[in-house]
Design a protein around this ligand. Sequence first.
Ligand SMILES: Cc1cc2nc3c(=O)[nH]c(=O)nc-3n(C[C@H](O)[C@H](O)[C@H](O)COP(=O)(O)O)c2cc1C
Length: 197
Amino acid sequence: MPTPKITVLFYTTYGTNHAVAAEAVRAAEAAGAEVRLRRVRETAPDEVVKGQEAWAAQVERMSDIPVAEPDDMAWADGYFVSAPTRFGVVASQMRAFIDTLGGLWQSGTLADRTFTATTSAQTLHGGQETTLFSLYVTAMHWGCVLVPPGYADSVKFEDGGNPYGWSGSAGELDETARKSIAFQATRLVEKTAKLIG
Ligand SMILES: Cc1cc2nc3c(=O)[nH]c(=O)nc-3n(C[C@H](O)[C@H](O)[C@H](O)COP(=O)(O)O)c2cc1C
């Protein structure tokens, strides 16, 4: 059985989605995947980033994580994507990276890969579902196989119950959030293994 290759792709300003990505990496590796952790490039001007202590500190915290390149998408059999909700859709930094993938899409390289997504937002009805939908719409354009968590594990009845992907409030992840993210990442690996097997 071939080892599934998973790219965990994230954007964060304050760290929530970095923590989500780290948990996804841990779980995906435990499930037997080879994993690349990649952050998308910051597009906000330097003076804006440096103007907010928390933002600048987060950039420093993840400075050792490689910036995502199109090759990280070509390499993987499946994608775990995590990024904040911004005005009801995904943060523009993530979209900026996605918009560099036209060539890979055109060559059919992104087709038949698995895809799952998670997000965070400030408020309960702040747009988590629309953010996840916006990512899944893109994944459908690529011809990916969507792997949402649904309610396929009992943790989905404890974590706020978003069947489209884990979503939660910005800030530290609690134990239930970690379990749910781990479930979603493990499920991605298992479905990817079946697809490439
Ligand atoms: C420009 C901007 C727009 C935002 N829009 C929303 C929103 O529509 N709904 C919401 O609940 N939170 C919104 N937020 C809060 C972010 O979702 C929150 O900061 C993010 O989930 C934190 O994730 P991070 O720690 O990974 O950066 C917004 C934040 C910013 C800076």
